[in-house]
Design a protein around this ligand. Structure first.
Ligand SMILES: Nc1ncnc2c1ncn2[C@@H]1O[C@H](COP(=O)(O)OP(=O)(O)OP(=O)(O)O)[C@@H](O)[C@H]1O
Length: 233
């Protein structure tokens, strides 16, 4: 289970011109590893995640999810890949107001043809793993912001993906809740042996990640391994 992005460039058309959002970006994340990507607004973080998720095709470069280069797949095959092998945690949980926590997880499973009883049992286990035992039957309005983010993370894991892509998970949370969410991400990354990329403009939680890279003007500017100094970027 791994994600390998090699020499990724991405340009957006912008009227007569093009805006280059990513320039020759490469990164590799292995199973059970959490990589944080940080950078200021407009540096290319969301673009990087969108390319990793197969939502945007890069202008150049390859994206290997396990052994499959998703940049070479048809749109339908990428969508399938996203459903099966790539978990995405968006900044806003976007939970469905009328569904309780376990039902939020069952929606994805239903689309994959998993029987309700199985998806319910599995969903309850996953919710327990993210610290929501006893709250499985609450609807979103009866959960706190941090708890909704936990449902969001559990939902991204229902397919047991190879890759987990996380966009600004702490943006709406205070320091302690933010730290708890990053710790949870690290925990599930290990437990489910997923290759996790967390994008954040928040530098205060970076030390909790296994490694972190900075991005500026679409370029990777170096990698930091906690306690190990700066590696080549
Ligand atoms: N659809 C688009 N069309 C044209 N330019 C775009 C588009 N999306 C992003 N850009 C540009 O690409 C660059 C990178 O944007 P991106 O959203 O990836 O940055 P970001 O680091 O995620 O920013 P933020 O932290 O503010 O969300 C910016 O210059 C942005 O203006």
């Amino acid at each position: 289970m791994s994600l390998t992005m090699s020499d990724i460039s991405l340009s957006y058309p912008d009227g007569e011109r093009t805006v280059t959002a990513l320039r020759n970006v490469s990164l590799e994340v292995g199973a059970g590893e959490l990589l944080a990507v940080t950078g200021p607004s407009g540096s290319g973080k969301s673009s990087l995640l969108a390319v990793a998720a197969g939502l945007l095709s890069p202008t150049n470069g390859s994206v290997l999810v396990d052994d499959t280069d998703i940049t070479t797949l048809s749109r339908a095959a990428v969508t399938r890949m996203r459903l099966e092998r790539i978990g995405i945690v968006f900044q806003q949980p976007n939970l469905i107001p009328s569904l309780n926590a376990v039902e939020q997880l069952q929606v994805t499973q239903h689309m994959r043809g998993v029987r309700p009883r199985r998806s319910r049992e599995d969903g309850e286990q996953l919710l327990a793993a993210v610290g929501l035992s006893g709250k499985q039957h609450r609807r979103p309005h009866r959960l706190s912001g941090g708890e909704r983010q936990r449902v969001n993370i559990a939902r991204a894991l229902v397919t047991r993906p190879s890759v987990l892509l996380v966009d600004e998970p702490t943006a709406a949370l205070d320091h302690d809740r933010g730290a708890a969410v990053v710790d949870l991400l690290l925990e599930v990354t290990r437990q489910y042996e997923v290759a996790t990329v967390m994008v954040t403009h928040d530098t205060e939680y970076l030390d909790r990640a296994d490694r972190h890279v900075a991005i500026r003007d679409g370029r990777m500017t170096g990698e930091v391994v906690p306690g190990g100094g700066v590696a080549a970027g």
